[in-house]
Design a protein around this ligand. Structure first.
Ligand code: COA
Length: 201
């Protein structure tokens, strides 16, 4: 089975595959520091604890091997600043997800990380399209697929549990595999630096 690269270079930051329990301290700290920022949109953030981080690391290993989920941390200068993932939703379709430490927002990192992961996923022969799903009320998340040229596909009832700030309706965006020779739009170049410190690797 084809798999995406374990390390994806994105200029001043990288996406790298989780390293199992060796990432425990850094990932636990990253989620803990991001918790208030994630809580409105990611219901799992409320239940975050040491055990859930260990379970996430263990399942990420298993699911990478099975090709079900490719889970990456976003790292800059050795510090973890967010996560990005692709998971198999349908035989030829993958869903992309992303979140950032609150100090890493506003610099185009989520957009550029998603663009880089999309390009990597389209390099796999069996990926025909990519989707992004977010609550209709999540404006910062909505801007990511819009910048990358995804098209609004449909709205559907969000699966439980509900996001505290969500309206309960998910917007699904899709991007089809570019035709041979076609280019993927990707993100804008550039961005500024953040002075905040996050979980060190
Ligand atoms: C969703 C989330 C990752 C979006 O973060 P974000 O910082 O808005 O997105 P980006 O990193 O792409 O940055 C975009 C911003 O950087 C700016 N920017 C600077 N350089 C840029 C570049 N090279 N490319 C794109 N945007 C750039 C954009 O203009 C935009 O600024 P604005 O917010 O003032 O309009 C973040 O809000 C988050 O972590 N939310 C909580 C978790 C969550 O909701 N996850 C998604 C669940 S579906």
């Amino acid at each position: 089975m084809d798999r995406p690269s374990q390390l994806i270079e994105c200029g001043e930051f990288v996406l790298r595959r989780l390293r199992g329990q060796r990432d425990f301290v850094q990932l636990f700290t990253l989620i803990e520091q991001s918790r208030d920022h994630l809580r409105p949109w990611m219901p799992w953030a409320d239940g975050h604890d040491e055990q859930s981080t260990r379970e996430l690391l263990a399942s990420s290993e298993t699911k990478w091997e099975s090709g079900e989920l490719y889970n990456y941390v976003v790292a800059e200068n050795g510090e973890l600043i967010g996560m990005c993932q692709a998971y198999r939703a349908e035989p030829r379709g993958c869903r992309l997800g992303y979140w950032l430490h609150p100090c890493a927002v506003g610099r185009g990192i989520a957009t550029r990380a998603t663009a880089a992961l999309a390009k990597e996923m389209f390099a796999l022969a069996d990926v025909g399209y990519l989707e992004i799903a977010h609550d209709v009320a999540n404006a910062p998340s909505r801007a990511v697929p819009r910048r990358l040229g995804f098209t609004e596909l449909r709205r559907e009832q969000a699966p439980p549990p509900a996001a505290p700030s969500g309206c309960g309706i998910d917007l699904i965006w899709r991007l089809n595999r570019p035709a041979t020779g076609g280019t993927f739009p990707g993100g804008r170049a550039g961005g500024t630096n953040s002075a905040c410190s996050t979980a060190s690797t």
